[in-house]
Design a protein around this ligand. Structure first.
Ligand SMILES: [Mg+2]
Length: 483
């Protein structure tokens, strides 16, 4: 069935979350970045042996970020980068021309400016601009302007971190160790039990993406199997609008091995801090239980969307969990041994090369993901992902890129909204709490029901239920759709 591809979500659409994002969230994010660099300047200035070149460069960054904020607030046109030294920027410049054409047709505007362009495009452009401002100063090439924020947020989620560490360690000794021994001796492990645990860790990883972590279930396998556990799960499952974990499980558990004789699971990561911690615990379960032989974590090649994971953040997470000098979580946590256990498990698998880190320019381009199978510049990454038994796309931005952030009817099939990816042969599971407008695959009438419900809570725009982070979807594609 062919469906016309709808237009993008635009920043001047008052019924879209794009509208307040561009006008209110972005300036605040810039204020945060300016604040970070101002603090650094203040500290450096007080230091008598300060490096004057470093200080000068920090001041340039600060003033350029302030200029960028003015540009945004006064709705200036998006300018080209004209910078071939930093990878990916030529592509952005090319796309700026392309998007101007779209803008004219889609949005009847000629000027591609901050407040009228397509949301996905301008948001990725926003983060590239910040990155270029920082990287243009050679002493700041490795500086992560969001690092302090990421670390503070992880520290403040110590309660959930501790709970999940206890949960994992308990399950590890209670079951996963047993599975390992059973498997080694050739005994058959009951599939139902493994699938139940898979669902449990997938859901923890899903809600790890939400700002509201109160839905995190924390139960032993016994609890999960008990009525009480089921009820607790049902409660959080009410908010999961689409649950296709069973299809993902079949693809992974019953699918064959890849060319290297391995079952590999790829995570296209979203946020650092608590979220990546839940992704790592999910990874530990997959490796402990030998459901997967290898986990590949796809990080961003640069600081991105404030909290996204870079390779450096992965190592910081291990350090934070090991907390060798006790200064990170300090007195906030009681069960230090459990945290250390999780940290050591991650380190062990990383050293054994069963947890592998990758980053690729593709993840910070301004375009959606439909092109991954068709363009020669993406061939290497595409071929690599074809070897995966399951690719788990975490979070909202990945979902927007899978669906190209277009105004899809919310009841259209997920396979329609992901276009070429539906027949790309890639086995994909999207774990996403809804924090933006686009969503697909809802049962007929569900969107209307939720719009009415959202308005009944006193919200002006019913459609924005979908950006609230309260609901989630777990959508799967086996990549085998007929074209
Ligand atoms: Mg993110």
């Amino acid at each position: 069935m062919s469906v016309t591809v709808p237009k993008y979500y635009y920043n001047d659409n008052k019924r879209s979350f794009a509208y307040s994002t561009a006008r209110s969230r972005w300036p605040k994010i810039l204020d945060g970045a300016i604040g970070d660099i101002s603090n650094l300047i203040r500290k450096q200035s007080k230091n008598e042996d300060n490096d004057s070149a470093y200080l000068e460069q920090a001041k340039v960054i600060e003033s350029q970020l302030i200029d960028m904020k003015d540009e945004l607030l006064s709705n200036k046109e998006l300018s080209k980068f004209n910078n071939s030294e930093i990878p990916g920027l030529d592509f952005y410049d090319k796309q700026i021309e392309e998007y101007k054409k779209y803008l004219l047709v889609d949005n009847e505007e000629e000027k591609l400016s901050w407040l009228n362009s397509a949301w996905l495009f301008s948001e990725t452009y926003f983060y590239r601009r910040i990155d270029v401002i920082v990287k243009n100063q050679d002493l700041f090439e490795d500086y992560d302007i969001f690092e302090n924020l990421k670390q503070d947020t992880f520290k403040s989620s110590h309660f959930g971190v501790e709970e999940l560490a206890i949960h994992y360690k308990q399950l590890h000794y209670e079951f996963l160790d047993k599975f390992e021994k059973q498997k080694a001796s050739g005994e058959k492990i009951e599939e139902k039990v493994l699938e139940l645990l898979f669902d449990e860790f997938a859901e923890i990883s899903l809600w790890g993406n939400a700002t509201d972590l109160s839905l995190l279930t924390n139960a032993t396998l016994k609890d999960i199997q008990s009525v009480q556990g089921k009820e607790a799960r049902k409660k959080s499952e009410e908010y999961i609008l689409i649950n296709e974990l069973d299809r993902a499980w079949k693809a992974l558990y019953h699918g064959g091995k890849n060319g290297d004789g391995k079952k590999r699971v790829d995570f296209i990561l979203d946020n650092s801090g608590f979220e990546v911690y839940t992704d790592l615990v999910f990874s530990l379960f997959l490796l402990d239980s030998k459901i997967a032989d290898e986990i590949v974590l796809h990080c961003k090649p640069r600081p991105w969307m404030v909290s996204d994971v870079t390779k450096k953040d992965f190592f910081l997470t291990i350090e934070d969990l090991l907390d060798k000098d006790g200064s990170f979580f300090g007195e906030r946590v009681v069960h230090k041994e459990e945290l250390k256990f999780v940290g050591e498990q991650i380190q062990k698998y990383y050293e054994r090369k069963q947890i592998i880190l990758k980053d690729n320019e593709f993840w910070t381009l301004n375009s959606g993901y439909w092109d991954i199978s068709g363009k020669k510049e993406n061939k290497e990454l595409y071929d690599y992902l074809l070897e995966s038994s399951l690719i788990i796309f975490k979070g909202d931005l990945n979902y927007r890129k899978l669906t190209d952030d277009r105004v899809w009817d919310r009841s259209v099939d997920f396979s329609v909204a992901i276009q070429d990816l539906a027949w790309s042969k890639l086995k994909m599971l999207s774990l996403r709490t809804c924090k933006a407008d686009v969503v697909a695959g809802l049962p007929k009438g569900k969107d209307e029901e939720l719009c009415k419900y959202w308005e009944s809570l006193g919200n002006e725009v019913g459609e924005l239920w979908c950006s609230s982070g309260k609901w989630a979807v777990m959508s799967f594609s086996d990549g085998k759709q007929q074209q």
